[in-house]
Design a binder for this molecule. Structure first.
Ligand SMILES: [Zn+2]
Length: 198
């Protein structure tokens, strides 16, 4: 229960109550302890600092965190106290996010053959010192991957459609499948469905 609760997502609002990020409950509690945020009670929008939050007993059936002397309620929404304390979001480098960034499209020929026919290609091959990073990994179809083999695009005379980079979108969009009921008050339907990659 403890670790599960600490890894649950917490919606982060800026001072204008606009959603800016998703943090883990563990991070949210650190921010609360540091007085960088207040917890928002989604029922009545009341704000809690660490002192007042830690005095609340968890409600029946609600997830909680067992601390040394007490059980803490799990915050679902927090609001930043200052503008300049926005936690810096970074898109995690994962297979799933590479597929999302490259729109399930081979970055050499532009085809969309489907997930089974796509593979993550190292532009500069690993055998030549290429690293696994946003700027060196792209989706390639099996044909292009075979054609390129263990060579650079120049050596293989195959053109990369665009230079790969870390996506600009924030984890909140990548993780849109995580949906907490109380968040609906802060996020409109449009917010969830609109593609915000820039
Ligand atoms: Zn291809």
């Amino acid at each position: 229960m403890v670790s599960n609760s600490l890894h649950r997502p917490t919606l982060v609002l800026n001072r204008n109550w606009q959603p800016v990020n998703v943090a883990t409950v563990a991070r949210a509690l650190v921010l609360l302890w540091n007085e960088s945020v207040r917890v928002v009670d989604p029922d009545d929008y009341q704000l809690y600092d660490w002192q007042s939050w830690s005095r609340l007993a968890p409600r029946a059936g609600e997830p909680f965190i067992r601390a040394v002397r007490q059980r803490l309620r799990v915050p679902e929404v927090i609001v930043l106290v200052e503008y300049d304390r926005v936690p810096n979001p970074a898109v995690s480098f994962s297979r799933r996010n590479i597929f999302k960034r490259d729109h399930w499209t081979c970055q050499y020929c532009g085809r969309q053959p489907g997930g089974d026919e796509l593979t993550v290609d190292h532009v500069m091959p690993r055998s030549k010192g290429g690293v696994s990073a946003w700027n060196n990994c792209v989706l390639a179809c099996l044909d292009c991957n075979k054609r390129k083999a263990d060579r650079t695009p120049e050596q293989a005379r195959i053109k990369l459609r665009r230079a790969p980079a870390r996506p600009a979108w924030k984890p909140i969009y990548a993780r849109a499948f995580v949906r907490i009921e109380s968040w609906s008050k802060f996020l409109s339907e449009a917010y969830w469905s609109v593609e915000l990659e820039t």
